[in-house]
Design a protein around this ligand. Structure first.
Ligand code: PFF
Length: 469
């Protein structure tokens, strides 16, 4: 039995892809990056990458997944070898399995912060009053970022919440992903509703600190959407790292380029509308990212922190959001709900990172579920312990995140576009996409897949190498 033929329904597959997409990337990583660059600057490459890379590559993945799935393959190495029958092609696919497993190793650490914060609200430990400094100290002490150079030096609550996260993840990995479908089905609508309520609160914050009148919500929103005041927009847009981060965020957030969609969607049939499913999952993800993640966290961080970094891209939401809850009726309840739902959203994403690996161990190496889960458990626990104890500090998390979550995924996306668009052929990709689809395939899509995607990826990559190496 490989990777996921235990799906309860076709809708379940779409929900699970959305569950994989919506996660810490939307609510923590995106706001962190938008705040770092100044949103106005970030949003231009971000939306460009969504239209020219994210969506087209998502269409490719859904199509080649179903094509490969109907020939009996459910993981990237197998599917690549169907698309381009050469000896090297499964190896290209294998690289694709390693990257999400690498991401899992640190993603689960941030997932465990969410769980710990949910617990903190439930137990009252996070009722620290309205001063943001209290939350900053809490975060620093908890993550050990002011400590002696190891991320969680001797902090046992952290290790306990990490262990709980591991238990959840491997429960779903071992038992199959039908359970993921169920938690996506209930968790996501509740997350959406809670998000909307918190959004209303953030939008009505006004100027919480009268001594700093410029720190108001309107200026916070401006920070997300206006071009920078001090540097010219043109000049900022010449920075290749900005484009790489923006495109990387699109891939990371949509779960595109990691072999996850390839695995999940390989169980669909010819009757399923993959164009519509791909578009729905991507649009749902973008709504959660820009409308909730962006509009909640960036203005909140502006109002309470003046956008000073907190040592990690992922960290911003852990300091600014508690300050919002402190200004809210039923703040303790909302604080708990918010972080608990983030934890659920993170679980549906982190489990998906392990699926391509499991499918490959079962399909390629013919291991049974027990052995493949145990192998992956051992490997990832060692990796996570390394992250926790030896990676140094919070900045190390960002560095890891850049290499695994941005750089390598860039290279992989390029491989994938070439294998699908050129070697398998864009016409074959789109023929598969059209089957069962009620959505019209945009006339420009073949051109985008064949020429724009590889040229765009290569250009950013070369520019980055030129500016950084
Ligand atoms: N899309 C997830 C998020 O935004 O949090 C992260 C993710 C899931 C990355 C699955 C990679 C992956 F394979």
């Amino acid at each position: 039995m490989s990777g996921g033929n235990a799906w309860g329904s076709r809708l379940g597959i779409i929900l699970a892809v959305t569950g994989s997409a919506v996660g810490l990337g939307n609510f923590l990583r995106f706001p962190g990056l938008a705040a770092k660059y100044g949103g106005g600057t970030f949003m231009i490459p971000y939306f460009t990458a969504f239209i020219l890379l994210g969506l087209p590559i998502a269409y490719i993945e859904w199509s080649i997944a179903r094509y490969g799935g109907s020939r009996g393959y459910h993981s990237a190495p197998g599917i690549f070898s169907v698309l381009w029958p050469r000896r090297i092609s499964p190896y290209l696919g294998v690289i694709g399995l390693i990257v999400p497993v690498g991401i899992y190793m640190y993603y689960v650490v941030i997932e465990s912060w969410c769980l710990y914060y949910a617990w903190g609200y439930l137990s009252g430990a996070l009722n620290l009053g309205t001063d943001v400094a209290g939350y900053r100290n809490f975060f620093d002490a908890f993550t050990g970022s002011t400590g002696n150079g190891t991320l969680f030096a001797g902090v046992s609550p952290m290790l306990i919440s990490l262990a709980v996260c591991y238990i959840f993840n491997f429960f779903f990995v071992y038992r199959g992903i039908a359970g993921i479908e169920r938690i996506s089905r209930y968790g996501m609508p509740i997350l959406l509703l809670t998000g909307l309520i918190v959004l209303v609160r953030v939008m009505t914050l006004g100027t919480p600190n009268p001594e700093l009148p410029e720190r108001n919500v309107l200026n916070g929103l401006g920070h997300l959407w206006n071009p920078p005041q001090n540097v010219g927009l043109g000049e900022s847009l010449l920075n290749a790292r900005l484009w790489m981060d923006a495109a990387g965020q699109i891939f990371f957030s949509l779960s595109v380029g990691f072999g996850v969609i390839i695995n999940y969607a390989s169980y669909l049939s010819k009757k399923d509308d993959i164009m519509l499913s791909a578009t729905t999952a991507a649009a749902g993800n973008e709504f959660a990212e820009v409308a909730l993640g962006g509009l909640i966290t960036v203005p909140a961080a502006f109002v309470f922190l003046g956008l000073q970094g907190v040592g990690s891209t992922f960290g911003l939401g852990f300091v600014s959001l508690p300050a919002v809850f402190a200004h809210m009726p039923l703040g303790q309840l909302f604080g708990f709900l918010w972080f608990f739902l983030l934890f659920i959203a993170a679980i549906t994403s982190s489990v998906s990172m392990l699926q391509p690996g499991i499918a490959f161990l079962e399909e390629g190496l013919h291991l049974d579920r027990k052995k493949s889960s145990a192998g992956l458990l051992l490997l990832t626990s060692l990796g996570t312990l390394f992250v926790v104890y030896y990676s140094g500090n919070l900045e190390a998390l960002d560095t890891m995140d850049f290499w695994a979550g941005t750089f390598f995924i860039f290279v992989l996306a390029l491989f994938q576009v070439i294998v699908a668009g050129w070697l398998f052929g864009v016409d074959n990709v789109l023929k598969e996409a059209a089957e069962g689809s009620r959505m019209r395939i945009p006339r420009i899509l073949p051109f985008i897949i064949k020429y724009v995607c590889p040229a765009f990826l290569a250009l950013i990559f070369i520019m980055w190498c030129y500016q950084n190496l």
